[in-house]
Design a protein around this ligand. Sequence first.
Ligand SMILES: Cc1cc2nc3c(=O)[nH]c(=O)nc-3n(C[C@H](O)[C@H](O)[C@H](O)COP(=O)(O)OP(=O)(O)OC[C@H]3O[C@@H](n4cnc5c(N)ncnc54)[C@H](O)[C@@H]3O)c2cc1C
Length: 318
Amino acid sequence: MSRVVVCTWGTSGGAEELLTLARGVAAGLEATLGWVVLGPAPHDVTAIASRQDVPVVDHIEHEKLQSFGGDVAVAALADYVRQHDFRVLLVPQTFDARLLAPRLAARIDAGVVMNGLGVVVEGGALAVTASAYGGDTRVVYTLAGEGRFVIGVATSALAAEPAPNPATAVTRHCAVDLAAVEERVQVVTRSEQTGPRIEEADVLVAGGRGLGEKANYRLVEELAEALGGMAAASRPIVDEGWAEPARQVGLTGKITRPTLYIAAGISGASQHMVGCAAAKTLVAINRDPEAAIFRYARYGIVGDCLEILPALTRAVKG
Ligand SMILES: Cc1cc2nc3c(=O)[nH]c(=O)nc-3n(C[C@H](O)[C@H](O)[C@H](O)COP(=O)(O)OP(=O)(O)OC[C@H]3O[C@@H](n4cnc5c(N)ncnc54)[C@H](O)[C@@H]3O)c2cc1C
């Protein structure tokens, strides 16, 4: 009988939600449900497995798995899969999952879908809903055929429900051979941020490519300071080095919820708006009256931000 397996590592956060999803997939495929834990097992694994009717938790423990590393994790799972095959392997969509799932799939010749939001079985085939184009749209992949699939799923959108018939879960220790594997990328120091964070700021003034050049970012900083807030930025100007990465707002930056968000020279791309749409009041300054940002803004100023920012700063300072 084929298996639907959830794989987790680190904490058990999201595991129960993913197991609930996996239970439905296993039922649809008439497969058994499994859970494999890589590295140190969280204390609540047995309790979660029992609630989710997972009879056996496979625990892969090894001294090289004490913390997550892509090379070791891929090798461990590839070895595990050689011993215990599966039809569908579900992983929580995390940063680590990006280092693990596609490489594992390539190693074991399986298909892979990342950024999944849901998985169902329709007419015997797997249908995976996933976000695409940086979150701009949703797609549904129909995974036809009898092959194996590795699927990354965002667990924040899932709900955990206990199984109607809970199991009494047991743990099976699985040995893997990692003798020849060494982590190629070593974390030497982790970046540390000190001081205030834009995620916690009440007032943000954000600048975008419309500022024209690096020197003009000070206009954003000056207005932010006058308002007692913080300066923020769109991704292109962070990429250009006009502002620090910790100031980037958006999908690949910070999600902010200020009372006031002033966006200067920012077009309003969806990937930026993800990070500021929760602002209570959004003010946009853009010289293009058709700019998308005006669709989100409570107040819109059509004009040159290089003139309007200093004028606002003067007005605030009185
Ligand atoms: C996977 C993915 C993730 C991404 N993540 C992020 C993210 O986290 N954050 C992010 O910001 N972007 C992100 N992006 C990029 C995003 O799609 C946009 O390209 C980006 O937000 C555009 O930045 P911008 O508005 O500063 O620049 P532009 O799109 O170039 O817009 C500049 C705006 O300034 C206006 N302008 C020009 N001159 C002036 C002036 N003198 N006065 C006033 N207005 C002026 C223009 O009319 C224009 O609207 C991501 C993209 C992808 C594909």
